[in-house]
Design a protein around this ligand. Structure first.
Ligand SMILES: [Zn+2]
Length: 362
């Protein structure tokens, strides 16, 4: 006899949930046909999205910025470690990578994705073998990449990652240290109507406050770029925060039905309670229009879902229609890269430079 009952068939809920998705999803999607209707929809939808993310429940607190470390790197880059307070008793450490020609730099926020231990991979601390492995596989050190291209790159620990943990013991062992503990955050926040994505957006807004406080760089052309879970943060932040003037989203763009409902084993950060009832991902990206937006995705990224890039194309069609109504098609770039889930830096520097020029035109 086996130790436990042998299950030879399973009775799942996916088919039922897909039908419910078709019945209840996207009730706040854009259906108008003019720029005026689009602008009105954007105003209303930003309020809806902000409410779903629980941003009205986040608490203001003095930043109390403190610089704790300053290290000179090759390529003339200085890496500073800072800590700010983002809410009462909530602190966010981050690296600020300052390029050699610091006076000519423009700031860029580089939120981290999953599986890379927060700021350490994005800022390129490749002296640690496990970090180096992630950098080599995903090209995860985009913060360092942008700094090497002359930008002042702010690479934060998102809540749940790097030094921002609920349990010190988890932070001390692999693979827990690499994976993060966003599940704990979701368990605390979701029942309060404060999903993880909302916490992450709030903290990034405070990072912008820090840049304003710091005062060295021109935040009127502030950009945000992220890969994977960092792409998710870039998407939500740029949708809601007008101080972000251009966004580069890599490895996080598709329709929810195929990618997050069918592939329901993804982590809790992706599942904002009530979100699908109102919006698909293309709708959220449409809130960024007409600001410059680069969407980069990989043809064989399994996250695209069973229909592959057709699922991405459907989401692109939604966001493209918004840019067209603004007459801003030239500010929306989409790029299909070969291979699996990975950041592609080949086009990133050129694209980011182009965004800056677009921002200068207002
Ligand atoms: Zn997560």
């Amino acid at each position: 006899m086996m130790d436990f009952p042998s299950v030879r068939t399973v009775y799942g809920s996916l088919e039922s949930m897909l039908a419910k998705f078709d019945k209840y999803s996207r009730r706040s999607r854009f259906t108008g046909g003019s720029r005026e209707e689009l602008e009105a929809w954007q105003r209303e939808s930003k309020k809806t999205l902000s409410g779903l993310l629980g941003l009205h429940k986040m608490d203001e607190a003095p930043l109390i910025p403190s610089r704790t470390e300053s290290v000179s790197l090759p390529w003339g880059i200085v890496r500073e470690r800072w800590v700010i307070q983002t809410e009462p008793h909530v602190f966010m450490p981050f690296y600020l990578l300052i390029p050699e020609k610091r006076k000519e730099a423009f700031p860029i926020l580089c939120p981290p994705g999953h599986g890379g231990m927060g700021k350490y991979t994005v800022a390129g601390l490749s002296e640690y073998p496990r970090i180096r492995e992630r950098i080599e596989f995903y090209h995860y050190d985009y913060g360092l990449f942008f700094a090497r291209n002359g930008y002042a790159a702010l690479c934060p620990d998102a809540r749940g990652f790097g030094e921002r943990r609920e349990s010190l013991s988890d932070a001390g062992k692999l693979p827990e240290a690499m994976m993060g503990d966003c599940r704990r955050l979701a368990n605390m926040g979701n029942p309060l109507g404060i999903p993880v994505a909302g916490m992450l957006v709030w903290d990034l807004c405070r990072a912008i406050d820090f840049l304003l406080w710091h005062g060295e760089w021109d935040t009127s052309r502030l950009l945000c770029a992220g890969f994977s879970g960092g792409g998710m943060q870039t998407l939500f932040l740029a949708a809601l925060e007008e101080r972000v003037k251009g966004a580069f989203i890599s490895g996080y763009f598709y329709g929810y039905r195929d990618s997050l409902l069918r592939q329901n084993e993804n982590c809790a950060c992706n599942y904002v309670p009530g979100l699908w009832e109102h919006f698909d991902m293309g709708d959220i990206a449409a809130l960024i229009a007409p600001r410059p937006l680069h969407i980069q995705y990989c043809r064989e990224d399994r996250q695209n879902g069973p229909r592959g890039i057709d699922n991405v194309a459907d989401a692109m069609a939604i966001v493209r229609s918004a840019y067209e109504l603004y007459g801003a098609q030239g500010r929306l770039w989409h790029e299909i890269c070969p291979g699996p889930h990975r950041f592609h830096e080949e086009t990133a520097a050129r694209s980011i430079d182009r965004m800056l020029k677009e921002c200068a035109h207002g």
